[in-house]
Design a protein around this ligand. Structure first.
Ligand SMILES: O=C(O)CCC(=O)C(=O)O
Length: 290
């Protein structure tokens, strides 16, 4: 079965996420992992983060340290194949309908050398839209365990408010859960075998642990939005915007619903990725507040 069952849809609507085992075929998974290794290897030849790579602080030619590969689907065939993976498209369609586009694609490597934690946040704070038929599919390329950087989801948090992600007057991409007395004690830890996928709502409160192991933990994220959910930060190139449609038709009548929004402005002091945005808050943090 490739579409979601009624129980899975109900669980997503109630909790704001679902986890599904054995979705990605092993052969394709191997191809994507090889591509990821090759792309990582090429990072030896660059010194600074750019539109393709987000590099860790200790990156050198000898010891490359890549935190994120950005938009891998744009320059690698295996990733592109995984973006158009029929079983994933059917599952996403079960939740936000058959009209949807890719908002953003990213591979978070969380390697032993650059496996920083990701602090509490809601993806919605980074990219609010006219309605919240917006979600992220996470694909485990490696087994995700308690030791190598498990993700944490707070069930039902997608129905509540959008929290402040600002720090020192600018967007920081992180929520101060302690000072704002936000209860994250009900967070569930996501672990699973390679090939498992997660689907989480853009307003779900989540974070991820540091990688304290010597194993890789690659987690690929496809962020999707319904074609009638338009980004409130605007569209710089309408043609490019429409090229990101994965399924269905161009819709130029955005659907406006009553969604809570705080704009991610003024922009983060450190640009480039969530790791950079959050640095101002998480610099010396080695543990999440759970
Ligand atoms: O890769 C992870 O651990 C999760 C990262 C995340 O939540 C994000 O990039 O929005």
């Amino acid at each position: 079965m490739t579409e979601l069952t009624k129980d899975q849809i109900d669980k997503y609507n109630k909790d704001g996420y679902i986890i599904i085992k054995d979705v990605v075929d092993k052969k394709l998974l191997e191809k994507v992992k090889n591509s990821s290794q090759n792309i990582e290897e090429e990072a030896r030849f660059i010194k600074k983060s750019n539109e393709r790579y987000d590099l860790g602080a200790n990156h050198t030619k000898k010891y490359p340290s890549v935190r994120r590969i950005k938009q891998p689907q744009n320059f690698d065939q295996a990733f592109k194949e995984l973006l158009y993976y029929p079983s994933i498209i059917k599952k996403v369609s079960s939740l936000i309908g058959k009209n949807f586009r890719l908002h953003n694609g990213k591979l978070n490597l969380k390697s032993p050398s650059a496996g920083d934690l990701v602090d509490w946040h809601q993806d919605w704070a980074f990219y609010p839209h006219t309605n919240d038929d917006v979600l992220a599919v996470g694909i485990m390329l490696d087994d995700m365990t308690s030791e190598n950087g498990s993700v944490l989801f707070v069930p039902e948090s997608h129905k509540g408010e959008i929290y402040n992600h600002h720090h020192q007057g600018c967007f920081s991409g992180a929520i101060d859960v302690v000072n704002n007395k936000i209860d994250v004690s009900k967070a569930i830890e996501v672990t699973g075998k390679a090939g498992t996928i997660t689907i989480h709502h853009a307003r779900l409160l989540h974070a991820s642990n540091p990688n304290n192991s010597n194993k890789n933990r690659r987690f690929l994220l496809w962020e999707f939005a319904a074609n009638d959910a338009w980004p409130l930060m605007g569209i710089s190139n309408y043609e490019e915007f429409n090229k990101k449609i994965i399924s269905g038709d161009i819709i130029n009548k955005p659907r406006l619903t009553n969604v809570p929004v705080i704009m991610p402005l003024p922009a983060a002091k450190n640009q480039g990725s969530i790791f950079e945005n959050q640095k101002i808050v998480t610099k010396n943090k080695i543990k999440l507040d759970v």
